[in-house]
Write a protein that binds this ligand. Structure first.
Ligand code: SF4
Ligand code: SF4
Length: 327
């Protein structure tokens, strides 16, 4: 029986391109078919792709996301001294035929130019950074997604807006599955913070393993239990041992091993989740086993959490490189 409470499970990997969205879309499809209570949340506003996998052509709701400011020059006040161009470290101020203009795409809104301008000709205005949108998919669940405008910085605030929207439309027993962005930046922190379970995806390569450990530390920082999915495990089987040793030393359950399968990119070109497009493929079968493993955790949530919750918060300590070590 499903727990009668609101839960958030986040799928993260540290490194990009290791199969997070394939795992997320399988979990979303499988758990929604079983319990009918899933809300899908695409937290990768730089490169959202769940709407492509679920073939969402039209959004039912769109809200502008306003988070940044950009500078502009009031022409009549400008005396073309060029000081603003001298101080702009982002090279956002351009000189065209002796006159100065600000490139809104490059401008970071730091206001340095406005401080130095002798005639106070520079103003700052808020600008739309992107959009938060929502649609009912043809599979019956709601997808919340966000998209950033070109040149706009990604922020955790945008993910938090998406999560707030999910909480607004959620019922008491909704399960939100968050497909996080790559890395461990603020948008990933916002995806993980407040989640109940981190489903981490790793490939057996040094780069993926290193980034997975970083994102696992982040989950530990928030005292969120993690489970692991090894994707394309057969591309470098010799490396698996390192992943397994780490998982065992950190008490991380490995939910499954997904083989390399060239139907995965094909399903994306078909704008279909893999388990819909190629249900009998070896990757689909392995992913469904992973989904069943997540289901097992979900239906036994209270007892599972008690056993797997990290005992204490692990403070995340960034490595500080002293200048003497750089030069
Ligand atoms: S606000 Fe900052 S980034 Fe934008 S033009 Fe001025 S100095 Fe450059
Ligand atoms: S600093 Fe002010 S006056 Fe000088 S070029 Fe820039 S906007 Fe014009």
């Amino acid at each position: 029986m499903q727990p009668n409470r609101y839960l958030e499970f986040v799928v993260a990997s540290g490194k990009g391109g290791v199969g997070k969205s394939t795992v997320s879309s399988t979990l979303i499809m499988y758990l929604h078919r079983r319990y009918g209570n899933v809300i899908a949340l695409d937290a990768d506003a730089d490169a959202p792709n769940l709407h492509l996998i679920f073939n969402v052509a039209k959004w039912d709701y769109e809200k502008p996301y306003v988070a940044s400011k950009t500078a502009y020059i009031v022409e009549e006040k400008c005396v073309d001294c060029g000081l603003c161009a001298d101080v702009c470290v982002f090279n956002a101020v351009k000189e065209i035929n002796g006159h100065y203009v600000i490139d809104e795409v490059l401008c970071e809104g730091c206001a340095t130019c406005a401080y130095v301008c002798p005639t106070r000709a520079i103003r700052l205005r808020t600008s739309e950074s992107g959009k938060v949108r929502m649609a009912k998919t043809k599979y019956g669940f709601t997808l919340i997604s966000a998209e950033l405008n070109v040149g706009k910085p990604n922020t955790g605030k945008l993910v938090t807006e998406e999560k707030e929207l999910a909480r607004k439309i959620a019922k008491n027993n909704s399960l939100v599955i968050v497909d996080s962005a790559a890395g461990i930046g603020c948008q990933v922190i916002a995806s993980i913070a407040g989640s109940n379970l981190a489903i981490l995806v790793v490939e057996p390569t040094p780069a993926s393993f290193s980034d997975f450990k970083r994102v696992h530390k982040l989950a530990m920082h928030f005292r969120i239990p993690s489970v692991l999915v090894v994707n394309k495990y057969d591309i470098n089987e010799g490396f698996l041992r390192k992943i397994e040793e780490y998982a065992s030393s950190e008490n991380i359950e490995i939910l499954g091993y997904i083989p390399y399968d060239d139907v995965v990119p094909k399903s994306m070109t078909m704008l279909k989740p893999l388990i819909e497009a190629f249900p009998n493929s070896k990757a689909s079968k392995a992913l469904l086993n992973v989904a069943k493993g997540v289901e097992e955790i979900y239906v036994n949530w209270d007892s599972w959490k008690t056993k797997h919750m990290p005992r204490r918060y692990a403070p995340y300590r960034p490595k500080i490189i002293k200048p003497s070590k750089i030069y």
